[in-house]
Design a binder for this molecule. Structure first.
Ligand code: GSH
Length: 229
């Protein structure tokens, strides 16, 4: 059985959603960031970068959300996690959209949500956050245009890109990014989160949050509004 190392509210939500779409049983292992578990030897042996998600499979462990999602899509074609690609170019073009989320958008999310982690100078954090907001607005414009033109990121069929964009939107708006600034992404978020797989992922996260809370280890981003949806 595959095992996902994860933490609630992180980008591992996208992987959780993909596993729920597949519908096969899987195991989870919770990382408590507030206890520094992501820097402890047990987890560094799983992912030396100390980041979630990490997926243990019968062939070995995979890290990097994009790679994990591609692997799950390829090994579970019936789940239609990514559009079918006719040739190498199409495959690369789909992968580029995954990388847009993991390599372009995600790092900006981190700077917006926890800017204080990017500077030793506490006075610098608001500036980093404002820069991140402007960068994010620029990067989200083409995403918003796509979602204004079609129901899902790749057209008429849902894919894990929709879960990825929904997580990015959740993280941003949960941290004070104006939810009305991109109506097409706001509306897409509602559609994406209505899927049973997304709801099942939230249920897993809620259980994990309960466990962390009981240990006094629940992390809330400093600018959080309190509404986890
Ligand atoms: N490039 C990695 C980024 C993963 C990542 O940054 N995960 C965050 C949670 S959303 C994390 O584990 N952060 C802990 C850390 O960087 O120490 C991926 O796409 O999987």
């Amino acid at each position: 059985m595959m095992k996902l190392w994860f933490a609630p509210n992180t980008c591992a939500r996208v992987t959780l959603t993909a596993l729920e779409e597949i519908g096969e049983p899987y195991d989870t292992a919770l990382i408590a960031f507030m206890a520094g578990e992501h820097r402890k030897p047990e987890f560094l042996a799983v992912n030396p970068s100390g980041k979630v998600p990490a997926l243990e499979t019968s062939y070995g462990t995979l890290v990097q959300n994009g790679a994990i999602l591609e692997y799950l899509a390829e090994t579970h074609p019936d789940a239609r996690l990514l559009p079918a690609a006719g040739d190498a170019f199409e495959r690369a073009a789909i992968r580029a959209e995954l990388y847009r989320c993991s390599a372009d958008l995600h790092p900006i999310v981190t700077r917006f949500v926890i800017p204080q982690m990017m500077t030793a100078n506490a006075d610098g954090a608001p500036h980093i956050r404002e820069q991140a907001r402007a960068m994010m607005e620029f990067q989200l414009a083409p995403v918003a245009a796509r979602l204004a033109a079609s129901e899902w990121y790749f057209g008429t069929e849902w894919s894990v890109l929709d879960a990825y964009i929904a997580w990015i939107w959740f993280r941003l708006t949960g941290s004070g990014f104006d939810a009305d600034s991109f109506p097409s992404i706001r509306d897409h978020y509602a559609r994406a989160m209505a899927r049973p797989s997304a709801q099942a992922a939230l249920t897993r996260e809620a259980e994990a949050e309960k466990e962390l809370d009981a240990r006094g280890l629940l992390f809330r981003p400093p600018f959080a509004k309190g509404d986890r949806k």
